[in-house]
Design a binder for this molecule. Structure first.
Ligand SMILES: *[C@@H]1O[C@H](CO)[C@@H](O)[C@H](O)[C@H]1NC(C)=O
Ligand SMILES: *[C@@H]1O[C@H](CO)[C@@H](O)[C@H](O)[C@H]1NC(C)=O
Ligand SMILES: *[C@@H]1O[C@H](CO)[C@@H](O)[C@H](O)[C@H]1NC(C)=O
Length: 307
């Protein structure tokens, strides 16, 4: 049954590569949103001053998202932190890399778009997804800036969520963190409404859904047509490849089954010959090639029959 086992394994592998493909395609719109929000947040710096949060205005197709930007000297971030930047409390000891003289911390509150850009199947959001991302401040009209890497070297950064929805009875809220590469990690909620992190990214509080269906009012998928049709193409390519693989595997299985049946039959014929009954019938009943093979492997029987 080794073949059957490897067949099952191959099928499940095909299936899994499919699933991960879908996850990648879905989260693909989040980095594009980060880039767009960086651009719009930087536009808030009309007369930029360091250490002051400036509220940005998002394009009308993203109404419901709130953004802000704050420019800081990197030295002051490291030695003083930021006592309160929206929901974020940034302790001393946060270091960026590569080193820049000044940086901008872009704040995002995705509001009712949280589930659209950060879909978490089988979880329900109890708070909006909040983002904190660091960029170089040397050019305040720059677009498509890469994020700087920031890390809390001492105490962690805390995110104190406001207006967290109560968790359903019996469920335990969890902090969720999406890093900039699409990695998801869960941790415990501290003091009822606070999450801790040593890195930037997107954060929220969730509970596992009781039923595996999207909660009511869950927003529809993102309106990014290009990404969607792209993922559709991949799904089609995947289905075709998966289907072909399945076909090959199935025909292998059929071949193997035939061979197995054939061997079984020959064994039975041998057994019958041993008993001494089928020996006379073999040349009459079965004129196919296997019969020849059977007779060829039976010198012992002939000896027995001769006397
Ligand atoms: C929203 O509008 C902006 C500006 O008009 C555009 O650059 C962006 O691609 C749009 N975003 C989405 C998700 O439709
Ligand atoms: C979020 O709410 C705004 C209105 O406040 C609406 O225009 C927008 O379409 C909503 N977004 C989603 C994803 O439902
Ligand atoms: C995920 O979170 C756990 C517990 O909070 C932590 O131990 C682990 O290092 C995290 N993983 C990554 C990749 O950060």
């Amino acid at each position: 049954m080794g073949l059957l086992r490897s067949l099952a394994m191959l099928i499940s592998m095909t299936w899994f590569s499919f699933l991960s493909l879908d996850v990648v395609a879905q989260s693909g719109s989040a980095p594009a949103l980060d880039a767009l929000l960086q651009d719009y947040a930087y536009r808030a710096f009309v007369r930029p001053r360091t250490g002051i949060p400036f509220e940005g205005v998002v394009p009308s197709n993203l109404t419901g998202i709130k953004i802000a930007a704050m420019r800081l000297r990197s030295g002051s971030l490291r030695t003083r932190g930021v006592n309160m930047y929206k929901e974020f409390r940034i302790p001393i000891g946060v270091i960026e890399s590569p080193y820049v003289e000044r940086l901008v911390l872009v704040y995002q509150n995705l509001g009712n778009w949280s589930g659209t850009y950060y879909p978490l199947p089988s979880y329900t959001y109890l708070a909006p997804v909040l983002g904190l991302l660091a960029y170089d401040a040397s050019d305040l009209s720059a677009k498509n800036l890469p994020e700087l890497d920031i890390r809390a070297s001492g105490n962690p950064i805390s995110i104190v969520f406001q207006d967290v929805m109560p968790a359903p009875d019996g469920s335990v809220p969890k902090c969720v963190w999406f890093d900039l590469h699409g990695l998801v990690n869960f941790s415990n909620v501290v003091s009822g409404n606070t999450c801790l992190t040593v890195q930037q990214g997107h954060f929220s509080i969730v509970v596992e859904s009781i039923a595996p269906r999207p909660p009511p009012g869950f927003p529809p998928p993102p309106p990014s047509k290009g990404k969607k049709s792209n993922s559709k193409v991949w799904i089609i390519v995947g289905s075709v490849a998966g289907g072909l693989a399945l076909l090959v595997l199935l025909s292998l299985l059929v071949l193997w089954l035939q061979k197995y049946k054939h061997r079984k039959k020959m064994q039975q014929m041998e057994k019958a010959a041993d008993v001494g009954e089928a020996l006379r019938m073999t040349p009459v009943g079965d004129t196919k090639a296997p019969a020849a093979m059977v007779t060829r492997t039976q010198p012992v029987l002939e000896n027995e029959y001769v006397p």
